[in-house]
Ligand binder design. Structure first.
Ligand code: FCB
Length: 450
């Protein structure tokens, strides 16, 4: 069997606004919930924030030149909603639009296809003050924002992702409190689920009203769930977690209904026509995937279930051998199974693999090089899983490595490095890693280099 990827396969890299841009309060940008959260003591590793991050806002040309050196075919980035609408709604900020307009022009000049994510977690603080995702009104604000972006950029960008990982920002933001806005409130969390789904549906309609040629989908973080033990408690925790993590968004958006266990809990929120609005004819499904999830029952957690921590995990596996510095397991088979699950459960959709990658503590050696062999090996294994899924009929259109640059890894700050390009956060100097050159060879050959 050929080891080539399909012709026209899109090799890309991904980033997000808050994680790389910096320039957190210039050119009229409003505050986002991540500005607030990272400036709240004790929320982020070493109290770090992304006020400067990689300073991509000022260095985007240098970054795009680096993309061009390996002939990257596509770049997935997100737009900072509060840069465009400092108050979340109302009057837009022209300077914010100008930045993304210049970014798009620079990408197109280098033949790099832009993929825009409209929401990658940096919600305008002013919208949070109204309840954020737990207030149904957000669906209108998000739809207006989506419309404006499609209107301004739909001529230059043909692929729009509405939301990045609803399961992550709802669960960690409203239930576990580990990410912005840092709430632990089950009632609000349940409202979020429905409002996020609706927001996707309304945004889809807004974008398509500008141009039916723009392809629209949502990016979901999905992963096979495993019960931590054979106990009936853990097995039932796994069933709950699986529904809330993997199907709370995918099922309504792509199949038109909620899993029963969720529907029972949010029935009072569902109005007439809601399910029709949520279930649009999406052009693709975006999959972000890193590892499988081991689920344990936990009465203290508001769902009664959570993913296991490192201490628990060490009872199960040989930790040193199998983990990245996120304490995530290296399990390429889970990637394959997740892709096939998408194919089989959601009627063989077009799939964009919008994020996959790994963090390791990469060091610059005495020759100034970064030989991130572990990342290269990780990529080889995970890309084999992608290739196998394509051979078995999955309609995979693209693969975006997370991430192009080392960046601000949310509550874990700058401690975790995911980039194929190293960033020295003191000097902001970029150094391409071995994995960057590997990626270049991959693109050139359109098959996994030996
Ligand atoms: C995903 C996020 C992305 C990054 C990676 C490591 O969940 O979408 O921003 O943090 O994890």
């Amino acid at each position: 069997m050929s080891n080539k990827f399909p012709n026209n396969f899109i090799w890309g890299a991904a980033t997000s606004s808050y994680q790389i841009e910096g320039a957190s309060s210039i050119d009229g940008k409003g505050k986002s919930i991540w500005d607030t959260f990272s400036h709240t003591k004790g929320k982020v590793f070493n109290n770090q924030n992304a006020d400067i991050a990689t300073d991509h806002y000022n260095r985007y040309k240098e970054d795009i030149a680096l993309m061009n050196n390996i002939k990257l075919k596509a770049y997935r980035f997100s737009i900072s909603w509060p840069r465009i609408f400092p108050n979340g709604k109302g009057k837009f900020n022209k300077k914010g639009l100008d930045f993304y307009s210049k970014l798009l022009d620079e990408l197109l000049k280098k033949n790099i296809k832009p993929f825009i994510t409209l929401y990658h977690w940096d919600l305008p603080q002013k919208i949070q003050n109204l309840g954020g995702w737990s207030n149904r009104e957000i669906t209108k604000y998000f739809s207006d924002y989506s419309y404006l972006i499609a209107k301004k950029f739909g001529d230059r960008c043909k692929n729009f992702i509405t939301l990045n990982e609803p399961a992550v920002f709802s669960t960690f933001g409203y239930l576990d409190g580990y990410m912005a806005p840092g709430l632990k409130n089950k009632k609000k969390y349940l409202s979020c689920i429905h409002n996020i789904n609706l927001a996707h549906g309304f945004a889809f309609k807004s974008i398509k009203s500008v141009s039916s040629n723009i392809k629209v989908g949502c990016t979901l973080n999905m992963a096979p769930c495993l019960a931590f033990s054979n106990s009936s408690k853990d097995i039932s925790a796994k069933i709950t977690y699986d529904a809330f993590w993997n199907r709370a968004y995918a099922d309504p958006m792509y199949l038109g209904s909620y899993p029963k266990i969720i529907e029972n809990k949010i029935q009072n929120l569902i109005r007439q026509n809601d399910m029709k609005i949520i279930n649009q004819k999406n052009d693709f499904i975006g999959l972000n995937h890193y590892q499988h999830i081991r689920v344990i029952s936990d009465k203290k957690n508001l769902l009664g279930a959570r993913s296991v921590n490192l201490k628990e995990l060490s009872k199960k596996i040989n930790i040193k051998k199998n983990l990245t510095t996120m304490n995530w397991e290296i399990v390429p088979d889970a990637y394959y199974h997740q892709i096939m699950e998408l194919k089989n459960r959601y009627n063989n959709p077009n799939i964009h693999l919008t994020e996959n990658g790994c963090s390791f503590s990469d060091k610059v050696n005495k020759n100034g090089k970064i030989l991130d062999v572990k990342r290269v090996n990780f990529l080889k294994k995970y890309l084999k899983a992608v290739h196998k899924a394509i051979n078995n009929g999955a309609k995979i259109k693209s693969y975006f490595v997370w991430s192009f640059l080392d960046n601000f890894e949310w509550a874990l700050g700058y401690d975790k490095r995911f980039g194929i390009v190293h960033v020295d956060f003191k000097t902001l100097k970029r150094i391409p890693k071995k994995s960057y050159y590997f990626f270049g060879e991959l693109i050139k050959k359109n098959s996994i280099p030996k």
